[in-house]
Design a protein around this ligand. Structure first.
Ligand code: DX5
Ligand code: ZN
Length: 218
């Protein structure tokens, strides 16, 4: 599947969120929306009111990364707020079949996320439930952390499984992505590249998106 760039709004200026998103919207594929509950991760971000407010300003696909202990209870309100796809941590639902069914019943596309310490083997039996597999390249909770290259073998394993079974699943990488390591992640098999700091922390976010795209398409 085609390479996709997904800016993480966690890296944006929350006082000017709609402007930040509008600036890059024509140049990107998804908007990565990090929802944190202060429990699954030691940080809070934002929830339905912010997502709904942003939905009123853009048609971009919202890829909602749920770093929360009770994701299923959020599916319907997230869909009502304008979410398109939700990703659920396998550490929260080691058997994610109920979560996948609930997401689809709520009208959402579904994906699974692996923390750096969680092996790919824990996800493999459930890959066919997914529209997207997200491999974390930082310990989740905060933007601006350094990329962990040691997770790349999991991206390779995911790519191998997806290609050998012929399922249509995006493989996303999230955390500390820059043009340099995005190419490594592309070579390992990723096709969706999340970046917060590298895009919104740049003086020219559009140029930063184009640098990332050049790195993964080149
Ligand atoms: C980390 C989040 C990431 C983060 C990415 O908990 O899941 O999506 O916002 O930001 P950078 O690109 O700054 O690592
Ligand atoms: Zn994320």
């Amino acid at each position: 599947m085609a390479n996709k760039i997904a800016p993480s709004i966690l890296g944006a200026d929350f006082a000017h969120l709609a402007d930040e998103v509008a600036r890059v919207a024509a140049h990107v594929d998804f908007l990565h929306v990090d929802v944190m509950d202060g429990h699954f991760v030691p940080n809070l971000s934002f929830g339905m009111p912010v997502i709904a407010a942003l939905r009123a300003t853009t048609d971009l696909e919202f890829d909602c990364h749920l770093m929360v202990t009770n994701p299923i209870s959020l599916f319907e309100p997230l869909h009502a707020a304008g979410a398109n796809l939700v990703t659920v941590h396998l550490e929260v639902h080691p058997d994610p079949r109920r979560a996948a069914a609930a997401a689809r019943a709520a009208g959402l596309r579904f994906g699974l996320v692996l923390n750096p310490a969680t092996p790919f083997g824990a996800l493999a039996p459930f890959a066919e439930l997914c529209d997207l597999i997200l491999v974390m390249s930082v310990v989740p909770g905060f933007g601006g952390q350094a990329f962990m290259p040691e997770v790349l073998p999991k991206v390779e394993a995911a790519r191998k499984l997806v290609d050998s079974t012929g399922i249509r699943v995006d493989i996303e990488i999230d955390g500390g992505i820059t043009p340099e390591n995005a190419r490594q992640a592309r070579d390992a098999g990723a096709n969706v590249f999340v970046a917060g700091t590298a895009i919104f922390g740049s003086a020219d976010p559009v140029a930063a998106v184009e640098r990332l795209r050049g790195a993964v398409d080149g």
